[in-house]
Design a protein around this ligand. Structure first.
Ligand code: COA
Length: 260
């Protein structure tokens, strides 16, 4: 069943970080299906190429931009290359993220910094570098955060700090950039099936327990999260900025007590 009118994004260009796998790849595929030309940024070139070739085989247009969002020079060069190739930039998706579960009492300074650098600093880098091309005709940014941003979560102090930072920065950017025609929003997913994050956070039997505790009794699919992004970047989201779209099947309603 088609959830949206076809070719909603015809003529637009989208840059997706973390576009080589998981949620980022799913978003790239859906935006491309809807007519956007997409640029995929990520560290693993072979993963980016795999997603790009799937998009091209389906008749879409995809460019790969190998690089690390922690390095501003990589980000700046990627945005420049995207605009050179496609002539514009309308949509930016911050999907790149790093995560591993660890008790805060055992987390090293560098481990905390690694996640802050990928998630929070990386998101700032991408928004900052994209500002000028987005402001030419207006556009929108969607950052993928997580419920850890506001639900106290065991083993996730570093991730929660980074995602909470993105949530707050999103509101600040929405405030500053509204007059440039740039909308800035987030999606906060709960558990999403088929992602590296879930494999790391809820391996084996934990996954089943968690699933039973989600009010909707299942994980999200990558396609559902991508659908939320499409809603925000489409004309249906044209008056939404500075907002968080919570897509967690109701899990945050339980607070942090998800394994009881
Ligand atoms: N538990 C505790 N500390 C860990 C860890 C773990 N499972 N994995 C990494 N770290 C620490 C390292 O020990 C290191 O700290 P140290 O120098 O004090 O030892 C620090 O984190 C950086 O690790 P490193 O492997 O050098 O970082 P990296 O830049 O190569 O990788 C990560 C970044 C750690 C986030 C890595 O997990 C990654 O690249 N993830 C990307 C994919 C991903 O996380 N997907 C899920 C998204 S939700």
């Amino acid at each position: 069943m088609a959830l949206f009118k076809e070719n909603l994004l015809a003529g637009q260009v989208a840059l997706i970080t973390g576009g080589g796998s998981g949620i980022g790849a799913g978003i790239a595929q859906l935006l491309a299906q809807q007519g956007a030309r997409v640029a995929l940024m990520g560290r693993r070139v072979e993963k980016l190429e795999e997603v790009a070739s799937t998009i091209r085989s389906a008749g879409g247009s995809a460019l790969t931009l190998p690089g690390d969002v922690r390095d501003y020079a990589h980000v700046e060069a990627s945005v420049k290359r995207c605009v050179e190739e496609y002539g514009r930039l309308d949509i930016v998706i911050n999907g790149a993220a790093g995560n591993f579960p660890v008790p805060a009492s055992q987390l090293s300074s560098n481990g905390f910094k690694a996640v802050m650098d990928i998630d929070l600093l990386g998101t700032f880098h991408v928004c900052r570098a994209a500002f000028e091309p987005l402001s030419r005709q207006g556009g929108c940014i969607v950052s993928i955060t997580a419920t850890q941003a506001f639900v106290p979560t065991m083993l996730q102090a570093h991730v929660g700090a980074a995602k909470a930072g993105i949530e707050k920065m999103t509101k600040d950017l929405a405030l500053e950039w509204g007059s440039f025609g740039i909308r800035v929003n987030t999606i906060a997913p709960g558990p999403v099936a088929g992602t590296e994050g879930m494999a790391r956070l809820a391996p084996g039997g934990m996954a089943e327990t968690l699933k039973k505790n989600v009010p909707l009794q299942r994980y999200a699919t990558i396609e559902e999260i991508a659908g939320g992004v499409l809603f925000l970047v489409s004309p249906a989201g044209s008056y939404i900025t500075g907002a968080m779209l919570l897509m967690d099947g109701g899990l945050a309603l339980l607070g942090g007590r998800i394994f009881e």
